[in-house]
Design a protein around this ligand. Structure first.
Ligand SMILES: [Zn+2]
Length: 492
């Protein structure tokens, strides 16, 4: 049933002046369909053993986020870089104790192949959230594909726009009962003893997996250093144990190591760099549009630039590599119901994936793109073709007589101007034009939440055909390990 809204006139539903003229003929669609069939049937299955795997995660990159980003890129018919990949599927994101997941139980699933409890990381579901003792038992620890790859003689690296100790990258090398234990003081504040538990930053610099990573790029200097140590950009440090983990990382005697904290140094790395630590903010990196507005382009590399730098370092290993790249702040844009920010971060991920695909051959490098969980943003209201995706739905007026936005969230931050206890604010009187404009939502809450619907999986390269169908999120690392021939499971 497709009800015709009361408010819409017959004229406003006429398609005479809307959409592309060539789309009004049957021939256009039929030829496009035939072309697609021919392209599909000519595709061969690539069963090569993968030398390299790059795994991209868009944190919180729901399927509506992909659709909205296409329109923002230039039209409904656009394709994101990974939407050109030959194989795709769906990932079920629930965790052991939660219908709707967070980024650490999902990170544990896609890094280590084991589903676990909400907010726990790199441990199985024997460990309750926040338990001071349970994760000290190594039998609860899960092993990541980064470890499997390095044990097989390959290099491994992580790139993110959040802190490098955040839930998504952290699940690759750390084992903790609480994802927020990024530094010793955060463990102390939760009531546990940091002299007994290694915080996530410490596990990154000194842990058996973290210390072997060849590339670590993102934000998060503040979790590495004591509050008494000055930060390069005057940012906040969090540690309370007098340590400077960045100095400790630099002083382990390994050759050709490089620490950088700004874009210029990243883009001018010595050509013999074999191990790279780049920390570009004390906390999360800036939103892409924020860095443009603040004029921080000289200090903040883009996700594409970090991805290119990581590949250039990792590809020096003749045995190949595993690289994790995260567009980590798509999620943050959504949590604040700022879809312009979420979409801009998705466009940055789209560019990074394209750069990686251009740099590495489909013959030997598998690229997989997915997300950890969904968000509550929806695209609604029968807007006309080509209507501004960040605009008001132009074909329908709500029953309360006010217009509404095409993009709305099920819930959102109660502190925002888009919440009024007496009813919804009138979108006609709000400005939605800034990158940080807060969009409407239905239920007031602290922060917009994740959602429990499936997310997409897209794959290109050796054994990409395995990434299809509707699968458990925890199957992803086992499939990538098969393609790479690493780990304890089936191998190519
Ligand atoms: Zn989130």
């Amino acid at each position: 049933m497709h009800p015709r809204p009361e408010a819409a006139s017959k004229e406003s539903f006429s398609s005479r002046s809307i959409g592309h003229s060539w789309e009004r003929t049957s021939d256009y669609w039929i030829n496009l369909g035939h072309q697609h069939v021919n392209e599909r049937i000519s595709r061969s299955i690539n069963t090569n053993r993968a030398k390299n795997v790059i795994f991209f995660i868009g944190d919180g990159m729901s399927i509506p986020t992909l659709s909205a980003t296409r329109v923002a890129l230039g039209g409904e018919e656009q394709q994101l870089s990974w939407e050109k990949f030959p194989f795709s599927g769906l990932s079920k994101t629930y965790c052991v104790d939660s219908q709707v997941a967070d980024s650490s139980c999902t990170g544990t699933a896609y890094w280590t192949g084991v589903k676990t409890n909400y907010m726990t990381m790199g441990v199985n579901a024997q460990v309750p959230l926040g338990d001071c003792e349970a994760a000290l038992d190594p039998s609860t620890h899960t092993e990541s594909i980064a470890k499997w790859a390095m044990d097989a003689g390959k290099s491994a690296g992580i790139v993110t726009t959040t802190t490098v100790t955040h839930a998504s990258p952290g699940a690759g090398y750390a084992h903790v009962a609480d994802r927020f234990w990024e530094n010793d003081n955060f463990i102390r504040h939760s009531g546990c003893d940091p002299s007994k538990i290694d915080d996530i930053a410490k596990q990154l610099i000194h842990g058996p997996v973290g210390s072997r990573l060849s590339v670590v790029l993102g934000g998060g200097r503040g979790h590495m250093r004591d509050t008494s140590i000055p930060d390069e950009e005057g940012g906040t440090n969090y540690r309370g144990d007098s340590r400077d983990l960045i100095s400790e990382w630099l002083s382990d005697g390994k050759p050709n190591k490089k620490y950088v904290w700004n874009r210029n140094d990243l883009l001018n790395l010595p050509s013999d760099t074999e191990t790279l630590l780049g920390l570009f903010e004390s906390g999360d990196m800036q939103f892409y549009l924020e860095s443009q507005e603040r004029g921080s382009q000289n200090t903040e590399p883009t996700l594409e630039e970090m991805t290119r730098s990581a590949i250039n370092v990792l590809k020096k290993n003749p045995n190949g590599f595993f690289l994790f790249v995260e567009g980590g702040r798509i999620d943050h844009g959504h949590h604040y119901t700022m879809p312009r920010a979420a979409v801009a971060e998705t466009i940055e991920l789209h560019k990074a994936v394209q750069a990686a695909r251009d740099m590495l051959s489909e013959e030997d490098t598998l690229i997989v793109v997915s997300s950890d969980h969904s968000h509550t943003m929806s695209i609604s209201g029968y807007p006309t073709r080509g209507n501004d995706i960040f605009g008001k739905s132009d074909r329908i007026e709500a029953s309360d007589g006010m217009p509404y936005m095409t993009l709305n969230y099920a819930n959102g931050p109660i502190s925002s101007p888009q919440y009024k206890a007496t009813g919804r604010p009138n979108p006609a009187t709000s400005d939605f034009s800034h990158w940080s404009s807060v969009f409407p939502f239905h239920i007031p809450i602290d922060l917009e939440t994740h959602a429990g619907d499936d997310v997409g999986i897209f794959a290109s390269g050796p054994n990409a055909h395995l990434f299809s169908g509707s699968i458990e999120q925890s199957h992803l690392p086992h499939l990538m390990a098969y393609a790479l021939s690493v780990g304890n499971g089936p191998k190519r």
